[in-house]
Design a protein around this ligand. Structure first.
Ligand SMILES: C[S@@+](CC[C@H](N)C(=O)[O-])C[C@H]1O[C@@H](n2cnc3c(N)ncnc32)[C@H](O)[C@@H]1O
Ligand SMILES: CC(C)=CCC/C(C)=C/COP(=O)(O)OP(=O)(O)O
Ligand SMILES: [Mg+2]
Length: 289
């Protein structure tokens, strides 16, 4: 669907060796579970789904078209996740600018522009992802509005106080949370909104479980605890306005995905850690005060 014209003029050197590893990871990523879902309607996500599975849409597993319908259903649940994130951005006008920190292939950015009609700026460490997102925006004729660049989310080239809202959709587990919240607080207007959807380990469990450690190793990330999010926000003028536990809402997605031919091997770790209480899928929306 997407051509391969490079629209990324300048690729900065990674700020740290770790960021170099993460850039390489996403430059090489081409898992069918992400590309085949994106091909359903051209919105390419690198996050997970929420909501009930529509078994009437899936039909009979012995049907020849079942796998295609299952892919479409997983994709519907991933887009539903973005919709919930966008619901928490508050009142956004066409003249506003939004920032997607860790934007992946840009699916959330396109959905944000389609909903609010405004400018959406994305940053990713991966030149391949930035090119993909920019090519997709050009194909949709929205390249004036939706733009991705290769950039460290801890040092974004956006003016202080410029953004009406910003978010991390499953991208905050790659950075120090205090540094991240300080940078969001800097780019956000006073009264602006920050939203994250993230997997975090549950302090009530004690320490990261073996399943959480397995997820970290699988993605080369460093999952933070719920407590760290609260502390990093409080220390950076970000006051939680809503904390929504999406753990129960994401389990149907994982249980459906585990039955598909697109499994990647990480399904068991997500399902077990959500079920044993060691891991939570959380949305936090905060006001920049
Ligand atoms: C799991 S993907 C999520 C993509 C996207 N938010 C979505 O929902 O589809 C994680 C993203 O975080 C980005 N990322 C990780 N560390 C980053 C950093 N320091 N600066 C910018 N992007 C970063 C990766 O490049 C990747 O695009
Ligand atoms: C909730 C947590 C801890 C997320 C870690 C970040 C991550 C890799 C998200 C999904 O990416 P993806 O869509 O590329 O992964 P997959 O290939 O498994 O679908
Ligand atoms: Mg995925």
């Amino acid at each position: 669907m997407t051509s391969t014209v490079s629209t990324t003029p300048f690729i900065p050197a990674p700020a740290t060796p770790y960021q170099g590893d993460i850039a390489r990871y996403w430059n090489e990523e081409a898992r069918p579970v992400n590309l085949r879902l994106g091909d359903v309607d051209g919105l390419y996500h690198h996050h997970y789904g929420i909501g009930e599975v529509d078994s009437s849409a899936l039909g009979d597993p012995s049907d020849a078209e079942y796998e295609k319908r299952l892919v479409a259903e997983l994709h519907r649940l991933e887009s539903a996740q973005t919709d919930v994130l966008l619901d928490h951005l508050g009142a956004i006008g066409r003249e506003d600018t939004l920032v997607d920190a860790g934007c992946g292939r840009g699916g959330s950015m396109v959905m944000a522009h389609q909903r609010f009609g405004c400018k959406v700026e994305g940053v990713t460490l991966s030149a391949k992802q930035a090119d993909f997102g920019n090519n997709r925006a050009r194909e949709l004729g929205i390249e004036e509005w939706v733009h991705s660049r290769v950039c460290n989310m801890l040092d974004m080239p956006f003016e202080t106080g410029r953004a009406a809202a910003s978010w991390n959709n499953e991208s905050s587990m790659y950075v120090d949370l205090h540094d991240l919240m300080a940078e969001h607080a800097r780019i956000l207007a006073v009264g602006g909104r920050y939203v994250t959807i993230t997997g975090c380990w549950n302090p009530r469990y004690g320490q990261p479980s073996k399943w959480v450690s397995q997820i970290n190793a699988h993605f080369e990330c460093n999952i933070h605890s719920r407590r760290e999010y609260m502390r990093a926000m409080a220390d950076n003028r970000l006051v939680p306005q809503a904390v929504v536990d999406l753990t129960a809402a994401t389990l149907p997605y994982w249980e459906l995905r585990a039955t598909s031919s697109l499994v990647t091997g990480i399904e068991e770790a997500f399902i077990n850690s959500y079920k044993d209480g060691s891991f939570q899928y959380l949305l936090i929306a905060a006001d920049r005060v």
